[in-house]
Design a protein around this ligand. Structure first.
Ligand SMILES: CC(C)(COP(=O)(O)OP(=O)(O)OC[C@H]1O[C@@H](n2cnc3c(N)ncnc32)[C@H](O)[C@@H]1OP(=O)(O)O)[C@@H](O)C(=O)NCCC(=O)NCCS
Length: 167
C-alpha cells in the first residue's frame, strides 16, 4: 500500500511541531549520513528560501521526519546549474519501514519541480555504507551519475532523476 504523507514547509511548522521533530531518534551513524535535525532547522532559519527549503514529513501518525531541498549556490559545489539537490532525508527510527521514506522522496521530487520550475533534475549523494537509503533511491528509479567519489564520511554515490521522466 502506498503511504500518504504531506510535506509541511519549515516556516509553516508550529513550535510544537519543531519540538516533535527534535524528539525523533536517530543513531550516531545516521546523523553522520544525514546530518542532525537541529542542524537542518538552523539551515532553514538562516538560508534564503529561494535557495533552501526544509519540510517536515507528516503522516497519519504525526510528524515522522524531515527533508531539505537546495538550489545552487546553496547546493554542493559540484551541483550543475539546472539541478535541485535533496539532503538529509530522515525518518525517525520509530517510524521506519512503513513506506514514509519512499513517499517523502516522491513528494520531495514533485515539490522540487514546482518550487524551482527552471530546474531540470533532482540530484543527491548517498554514502556507500548507507545501504537502506541507497536501495530506496534506486528502487524509486534514481540513476547513478558518474563514478563514486570520496566524500565527507566515505565513498559517495551521486544519483539523479530528470524532471521530464516523471508523469
Ligand atoms: C533512509 C530512510 C529515510 C528510509 O526511511 P523508511 O521510512 O524506512 O523508508 P521506506 O519504509 O519507504 O523504505 C525502506 C526500505 O527498507 C525496508 N524496511 C523494512 N523494515 C524496515 C525497518 N524496520 N527499518 C528500515 N527499513 C525497513 C522497507 O521495506 C523498504 O524496502 P523496500 O523498498 O525494498 O520495500 C531511513 O532509513 C532513515 O531516515 N535513515 C537515516 C537517515 C539517512 O541515512 N538518510 C539518508 C541520507 S542520504
Amino acid at each position: 500500500m502506498k503511504e500518504t504523507i504531506a510535506l509541511i514547509e519549515w516556516r509553516n511548522l508550529s513550535a510544537a511541531d519543531i519540538t516533535t521533530l527534535l524528539a525523533l531518534t536517530f543513531t550516531e551513524s545516521e546523523i553522520e549520513f544525514a546530518g542532525s535535525m537541529r542542524h537542518a532547522m538552523v539551515l532553514c532559519r538562516t538560508v534564503s528560501r529561494r535557495r533552501l527549503r526544509g519540510y517536515g514529513i507528516r503522516s497519519d501518525e504525526g510528524l515522522v521526519g524531515f527533508v531539505c531541498l537546495k538550489r545552487p549556490p546553496a547546493s554542493p559545489i559540484w551541483t550543475p546549474a539546472d539541478a535541485v539537490t535533496l539532503h538529509g532525508l530522515k525518518i525517525g527510527t520509530e517510524f521506519r519501514g512503513r513506506g514514509y521514506g519512499g513517499a517523502a522522496l516522491d513528494a520531495a521530487f514533485h515539490e522540487a519541480r514546482s518550487a524551482w520550475p527552471a530546474a531540470r533534475r533532482l540530484l543527491l549523494s548517498v554514502d556507500e555504507d548507507n545501504s537502506n537509503a541507497h536501495r530506496l533511491y534506486l528502487s524509486y528509479g534514481m540513476q547513478p551519475v558518474g563514478v563514486p567519489v570520496r566524500g565527507r564520511v566515505g565513498m559517495e554515490h551521486r544519483l539523479q532523476m530528470l524532471f521530464d521522466t516523471a508523469d
